[in-house]
Design a protein around this ligand. Structure first.
Ligand code: BES
Ligand code: MN
Ligand code: MN
Length: 479
């Protein structure tokens, strides 16, 4: 979830301009005529299990890049190429109509999260179906469905002779594993990626009748920990009580990560955390949010979190520490009386401005080592990270997106900060000095990363409809 942030609408006149807020019948007619084909093409992509985290799907991930290349060519893109990296390839394509016109760089990702637990899906994760107006499949919303809206909106603009500026596409296959190779690609290809703005549809809106634009993403620090007790698994009767049980110890150590107020206990953890003014917080609290509905949707009798902050603050402007997985010892049928030699956990920390993932990794590691009793050995292995980012809501690009959504939703979108992460966005700013516009169309209830991920047919077509207005508005406002 997310919440409202105050912005000064410094350009009210433009915002109210009838010309720019009028709907264009050609857009709707083109979508109407091609609806079935757009869905068929998306389904073709959704059928390929492009799980970047699992090498078993390597060929499928690579195949997905090849299919996207074909789709970009078919839509009218030029210089379309598969850019190899040390990991999965990046698909690049462009349409430069006039170097004097502005250039929009579209970023998206074609890789998806693993589908497990498979048994909880009501239909196959890679057998897309439409049920109750929603497309069910892994990646339907995150991000194949949203990324493909841009390909189809581009086709629409090409076919209706209405592409108003230059466009570049950069679609990667490693977002769900941290975008490390894309980071290197961006650093090495600054000229190729020259643009005036980046537009990304990989976030969400508050509700289908409450449009919003994301103006902040949290960063991420992810570590794996290993606790070793005795050098082999032991009989829990013969040794129990006399040696450290690494699973017990790991649980005690994890319990020491937070105090009873929900504050993270790692020394220095909050040192760089951005503190928002009470005015800013009051402004955020105005965003529509129904706590009872929120609890009901998740079957929760109560919410939980850091003392002194609202639910929407806890999941956006405050950092977190969560165990994502914990294992060790006997997990088979029946009871086995054993003290395991090792215990493990995967722990993520979501970061807010101006925390830094490398610094937090070090603070975590130092603290974890410092609270380990002598009776065990511990190891901390960092995984990929990402930096937090706030995107401006006062730029021409933001206004172009805001007006585009106002045109197609009939309501001005609310700027919100999201709790999720897209690691490359901070690098787009630091390496290319480019702002990103996070114009996503998903819903929190779309179950991304969960079983039964879905994406509304409404949202898919609303995105295709909105994107051409963004291009037009951005071109107009850049003059
Ligand atoms: N698209 C999501 C991030 C997202 C979703 C942001 C909804 C805002 C609203 C992205 O694919 C994602 O899942 N990112 C990962 C980070 C990555 C390093 C694994 C995340 O946030 O866990
Ligand atoms: Mn995504
Ligand atoms: Mn994701």
């Amino acid at each position: 979830m997310c919440f409202k942030i105050s912005i000064k609408d410094s350009n009210k006149d433009i915002h109210n301009s009838k010309i720019l807020l009028m709907t264009n019948p050609n857009i709707n007619a083109y979508i109407e005529k091609n609806k079935e084909r757009f869905l068929d093409e998306l389904f073709e992509l959704l059928r390929i299990p492009s799980v970047s985290a699992d090498v078993a799907f390597k060929n499928d991930v690579i195949k997905t890049a090849a299919v996207i290349k074909e789709k970009l060519i078919a839509a009218g893109a030029e210089k379309v190429e598969i850019c190899e990296t040390a990991g999965y390839p990046i698909v690049y394509g462009e349409k430069i109509i006039d170097p004097k016109l502005p250039t929009v760089l579209v970023y998206g990702h074609y890789d998806v999260q693993p589908a497990d637990p498979i048994e909880l899906w009501t239909s196959g994760p890679f057998e897309p179906v439409i049920k109750d107006g929603k497309i069910y499949a892994r990646g339907a919303c995150d991000d194949k469905g949203q990324m493909y809206m841009h390909v189809k909106a581009f086709e629409l603009m090409m076919q209706t002779n209405s592409l108003p500026c230059n466009v570049k596409f950069m679609i990667e296959g490693e977002e769900e594993v941290g975008s490390t190779n894309l980071g290197l690609f961006v650093k090495a290809n600054k000229e190729k990626l020259k643009a005036d703005v980046i537009v990304i549809s990989d976030t969400g809106i508050i509700a289908n009748d409450i449009p919003s634009i994301t103006v902040g993403l949290r960063g991420l620090c992810y570590v794996e920990v290993e606790v070793t007790g005795p050098n082999r698994d032991l009989h829990s009767g013969l040794y129990g009580g006399a040696v450290a049980n690494p699973i017990n110890i790991l649980c005690e150590m994890i319990a020491k990560m937070k105090d009873d107020k929900g504050h993270i206990a790692i020394p220095g953890f909050y040192d760089d955390v951005e503190i928002l003014s009470s005015e800013e917080r009051a402004e955020m609290a105005k965003a529509p949010f129904d706590l009872e509905k929120y609890k009901k949707a998740l079957d929760l009798s109560d919410i939980h979190g850091e003392a002194g902050f609202s639910t929407n603050e806890r999941n956006s402007i405050r950092p977190t520490l969560d165990v994502n997985g914990i294992w060790g010892g006997y997990q088979g049928e029946g009871a086995k009386t054993v003290i395991a030699s090792k215990a493990y956990a995967k722990i993520s920390m979501r970061l807010v401005p101006h925390q830094n993932s490398d610094k937090i990794t070090k603070l975590f590691s130092d603290y974890f080592n410092s609270i380990a009793p002598k009776s065990v050995k511990v190891k901390v292995t960092p995984h990929h990270g990402g930096e937090p980012v706030v995107t401006p809501s006062t730029t021409a690009a933001y206004k172009a997106a805001s007006m585009a959504m106002e045109t197609t939703f009939g309501k001005k979108p609310v700027p919100v900060r999201s709790g999720g992460s897209i690691p490359i966005v901070a690098m787009f700013k630091s390496e290319l000095n480019l702002d990103s516009v996070l114009m996503g169309f998903g819903l929190d209830s779309d179950a991304i990363h969960s079983p039964n991920e879905h994406y509304g047919v409404f949202n898919f077509f609303k995105g295709i409809e909105t994107i051409p207005y963004f291009f037009k508005n951005f071109t107009e406002l850049s003059k």
